[in-house]
Design a protein around this ligand. Structure first.
Ligand SMILES: [Zn+2]
Length: 89
């Protein structure tokens, strides 16, 4: 995974779980990449009755921190694939 893609995966995971995005992402990502990152962040999270669930595997409910860790441990590859797919469109 190249550095830019890694940063995008990290940013998706942070946005999806509501954790502060790294400052370097603000500078490194262009407008189109932000658009993709935001879209994928929406795709990987699901909310039911105010609770946070995984949009990829359906597990949950999670706290923000728990969801962050779940995405990091279980779904980095899928998230990278979703980003790549959207970027190629
Ligand atoms: Zn999951």
């Amino acid at each position: 995974m190249d550095e830019k893609l890694k940063l995008m995966v990290d940013t998706v995971i942070r946005l999806a779980s509501g954790i502060r995005v790294k400052p370097e992402a603000e500078e490194a990502l262009n407008e189109r990449e932000w658009e993709v990152v935001k879209r994928v962040a929406e795709e990987v999270r699901a909310e039911k009755r105010g609770l946070l669930y995984c949009g990829i595997c359906g597990k949950g409910s999670f706290t923000r921190r728990g969801f962050y860790l779940h995405l990091v441990r279980a779904h980095k590859e899928e998230i990278a694939n979703l980003i790549t797919k959207h970027l190629l469109r």
